[in-house]
Write a protein of this length. Sequence first.
Length: 323
Amino acid sequence: MAGRTAGIRGTGPRAVRVKAPGKINVSLRVGPPREDGYHSVASVYLAVSLYEEITATVTDEPGVTVTVDGQGSLNLPMAEIPLDSSNLAAQAASLLAELSENSTGVHLNITKRVPIAGGMGGGSADAAAALLACDALWNSGFSRDELAKIAVDLGADVPFALIGGTAVGLGVGEQLTPAISKTPLHWVLVTSPFGLSTPAVYRTLDDLRLAAGHEPPELPEIDPQVLGAMRAGDAHALAELLHNDLQDAALELAPGLRDVLDAGKEAGALAGIVSGSGPTVAFLAESADHGETIDALLASTGLSTELVSGPAHGARIVSDYIA
């Protein structure tokens, strides 16, 4: 993809702040391992109102630097976040710099709110926010769709964090089709003080299937009833349809999550599901008030909780300014 003609360096903003959402996999079906080592999936993504935030600032020195801080009540193991070129946001900025004619050195300050290694796409949200922030910072001129195509090279969840809302993801999750879902759905998240490695969860899923003699379809499909329930905003119908093929693997690696699922049921949640590869657990409520009740009951037991709703918007510029 060719880079775009930028404005004259120095005339644009010196800093841009962007926020991008975490996500819940409302339905996630996983095929067998492919020859390339990945798995085909059929996922219904729901962006939720828990946002990562990145401030990208022009630097005099070339290259990309990263700092991280955290806000909110979530358990955030900050020491696990790389601050070098392996950071996904740094990779996003470096990739866009190669495609932008007037790129500069840039410092990325990441404010973490989405659980780290929690199955909610926090790193992908960081990458999406970095793409949008650096595009504005350097006046690169890429459209949202063009940025989404660039984002595919960074990970399957990154394009969705750019687009937000509700979408069906096929392939490895990067083939996105937006879905209609306008009525807010309310969730209570229970986070853990530890993360789970996504590759380890997938390997565990493969091992469990092999031991059980289960052969999933090569190309998994979405149950259309899931999309119907979301389109109608029918939380009770959706509660019967939540599904995650990775959940048993996450429970195998983190057995204590079974107690969390039981606690949510006792607190009156319509349903609970491990989000993506875990260990974050998402509980569906019938309304905002019901969510507050569930949240209070779970928090009273010492669990770390967060009330969210979705669909939420994708990556969005919050501010740009001359620093």
